[in-house]
Design a protein around this ligand. Structure first.
Ligand SMILES: Nc1nc2c(c(=O)[nH]1)N[C@H]1C(S)=C(S)[C@@H](COP(=O)(O)OP(=O)(O)OC[C@H]3O[C@@H](n4cnc5c(N)ncnc54)[C@H](O)[C@@H]3O)O[C@H]1N2
Ligand code: MOO
Length: 647
């Protein structure tokens, strides 16, 4: 996590300035968090009560066939005072009771009406079923005992909790964490209110304030939202409004005016009149986000770019407000693992990124795929449309301009995640994978404005589609729907004799690579052989001729060590060489390490099988495989070989 935990700790520590507890009525407590444990004032039920409409009986008397006379003039009706009914009843008597009504201590069970036969004169009943002791009776306090703890501090008051508190008599002076008063202020000479119909030259509508209002209401995080309007980039006006707002609110959120321009006055103002806790973040978008204290208020000065405001509010505003409202664990709860699609999203060279995406969960495997929303320019609010997660991408490693590719990445959940069948997801993955999203820097100042509208539209429809039932057949189809059968061979004397304490890491690497693309690859066989030419040939022949693998990956034995024999064995098995593919891997991997040229790896085909020699090192295996997956090179090669790729 690149927004460091310490940063949040600092944020939370400062929040204690504006953090307080209040007493409220139960009526208006929905969504609040309890600041204290709550104990039951009353028993529940407050008296011994019947669970059924029927007759209170003594189980020893109420034998099948027995006639019991009905007590006259008294009934255990719901709402009846229980004390009035407490008396000695005669032998073979029963008392009419209703559900929830009091049951006198003289009786030990309730016989439901349907288990009785009423006499014609309606004065007695015949017992049709034997009851056990205590059957259909709720003893006093059997649900909740007076003085028992019913809710813990930290519980969110939702409908059930509120119902429970009412039941046990806790209807006022509920101690809760007070939700903050949040103030919103937009800054910028170019801004006009969002409801402006006709824009004059040079103006834009203030979308941030209304977006933030909606977000606050969606997440129900404020006791009140105050709109401080728009203030131009003018020191005097800004001073006036910032002073007023920061004395009236718990959290003041401004947008705009926090970067480096001469009109960016907000950050210098906080530095001068308040305290800046942090004023620059290593993240994209949201670099200039500033957090500080001004008068009575915590101030979050968000960047003006709408997407930057959107992302940073999710990270800081919602979290801060929830924290103030007593929800202290809001951070970890919302992290999930996803596979970002397309996998070849280029990483930013300077900053880690919160990439907007639509996460969809596979109903069967539970795996979550996050489909990128396209160009991530921080002015492009369309990139946040339908987004239900922010995929946390690291910045690109120094050594190369690597692609984000294999394995799962963490994502922050910002909306509801939908589920889909494996086949639907497979289709979407195929549609989206292989598309390259260029590195788009913030604000458009050094970005390329690619049009990802089609991709965005495909993704947009994801959220609205309905969930379908899972069947066993789909599970079989899922496995079968992978396009290519894969065989994996680790070639190593040491691995085959079990010498590696860590196990066969290159075999694991090959497996991981294929498993990252479950819709393309289905591993049907994996073996380890020593550096023995005949054994290697034997495995290659078995996987291609008998198992009919579409792809056989080998790892190891491609160098210049005496026993390295993989290329020679491969050459004796293949019918057609694919030198360009091998050269392509070589060229690309030499950009990573020059020693990549020490590999003598061969690639070729036998029948409809492609055999690829990969290096022995797990890291190199992954790099080679990633290179092959760029622009779906390997997928096309395998498709041609299988006959599924069109000319
Ligand atoms: N020399 C540098 N320039 C910039 C840097 C930097 O590090 N050095 N950082 C860039 C980054 S990153 C961001 S993000 C922006 C943030 O700028 P500000 O917070 O100062 O915001 P403004 O300049 O006022 O506006 C940026 C952009 O957003 C539009 N905007 C502003 N407010 C609203 C609103 N309420 N609703 C809709 N759109 C709004 C505004 O018109 C601008 O286009 O700075 C970079 N520059
Ligand atoms: O918020 Mo900026 O991306 O850092 O545009």
């Amino acid at each position: 996590m690149f927004v460091r935990k310490e940063l949040f700790k600092e944020l939370y520590r400062k929040l204690f300035r504006v953090y307080f507890i209040c007493l409220i009525l139960l009526d208006i407590s929905a969504g609040m968090v309890l600041a204290d444990d709550v104990y039951a004032i009353d028993n529940l039920p407050p008296f011994r009560a019947s669970v059924m409409d029927g007759y209170a009986v003594r189980s020893t008397e109420a034998k099948i066939g027995q006639t019991l006379s009905i007590v006259k003039g008294k009934k255990g009706l719901a709402g009846e005072k229980s004390q009035i009914l407490e008396q000695d009843y005669d032998v073979l008597q029963c008392l009419y009771v209703t559900t929830g009504g009091p049951v006198p201590n003289a009786f030990d069970s309730v016989l439901p009406i349907e288990e009785t036969e009423l006499s014609e004169d309606k004065l007695s009943i015949k017992v049709l079923k034997q009851m056990n002791v205590n059957q259909f009776i709720r003893e006093k306090g059997s649900d909740v005992k007076q003085g028992e703890k019913v809710l813990e501090q930290g519980s969110v008051l939702r409908s059930a909790e509120i119902g429970l508190l009412a039941t046990v008599g806790k209807i006022s002076e509920i101690k809760v964490y007070k939700k903050p008063i949040i103030g919103l202020l937009s800054t910028g000479n170019e801004l006009v209110e969002a409801n402006t119909v006709e824009l004059l030259d040079g103006y834009i509508r203030d979308s941030n304030k209304i977006m933030l209002k909606a977000m606050i209401s969606e997440h129900n995080i404020a006791s009140e939202v105050r709109d401080y309007g728009i203030v131009g980039d003018n020191g005097i006006l800004l001073d006036e409004e910032l002073q007023r707002a920061s004395n009236e609110c718990d959290i003041l959120v401004t947008s705009g005016g926090v970067s480096m321009g001469e009109l960016d006055l907000v950050k210098p103002y906080i530095e001068l009149k308040g305290e800046v806790i942090f004023g620059r973040l290593n993240m994209k978008p949201g670099k200039p986000t500033t957090f500080g204290i001004l008068n009575k208020s915590i101030i979050l000065a968000l960047p003006g770019n709408p997407v930057s405001s959107f992302v940073t509010s999710h990270l800081f505003l919602i979290r801060a407000a929830k924290y103030l409202s007593g929800q202290f664990d809001t951070y970890q709860n919302h992290l999930i693992k996803v596979q970002l699609i397309p996998r070849n999203v280029k990483l930013d060279k300077e900053r880690p990124e919160y990439h907007r995406a639509v996460a969809v969960q596979d109903q069967l495997s539970g795996k979550i795929y996050a489909f990128s929303t396209g160009s991530q320019l921080s002015s492009r609010l369309i990139s946040a449309r339908n987004a239900n997660c922010l995929v946390i991408l690291p910045k690109a490693p120094q050594s190369n301009d690597n692609y984000q590719c294999f394995g799962d990445t963490q994502a922050l959940v910002i909306g509801q995640i939908v589920t889909k069948t494996s086949n639907e997801i497979a289709e979407l993955v195929k549609q989206h994978d292989g598309q390259t999203l260029k590195n788009q820097c913030c604000g458009g100042h050094h970005g390329h404005n690619h049009n990802h509208q089609d991709q965005q539209n495909q993704v947009s429809s994801l959220n609205s589609q309905k969930v379908e039932n899972i069947t066993q057949q789909q599970q079989i189809q899922t496995n079968q729907s992978a396009d290519f059968k894969v065989g994996i061979i680790t070639i190593s004397d040491r691995a085959s004799s079990g010498e590696y304490p860590t196990g066969d890491l290159s075999g694991q690497a090959m497996r991981q690579c294929c498993e990252s693309f479950p819709h393309y690859y289905n591993i049907i066989q994996q073996t380890i052989v020593s550096d023995d030419k005949e054994k290697i040939k034997g495995e290659l022949l078995r996987m291609s001729d008998e198992l009919k693998c579409n792809l056989v990956l080998t790892s190891g034995g491609t160098g210049f060590f005496e026993r390295d024999i993989t290329p020679e064995a491969t050459l004796e098995v293949i019918e057609r060489r694919a030198e360009s593919l091998a050269n392509y891997i070589l060229i690309e991997s030499m950009k990573i390490v020059p020693t990549a040229c020490l590999s003598r790896a061969v690639i070729g085909t036998r029948g409809k099988t492609m055999i690829i020699n990969l290096p022995g090192k797990p890291k190199a295996v992954k790099e080679n495989f990633e290179i092959l997956m760029r622009s779906n090179v390997l997928i096309h090669a395998l498709g041609q070989l299988k006959g599924t790729d069109k000319h």
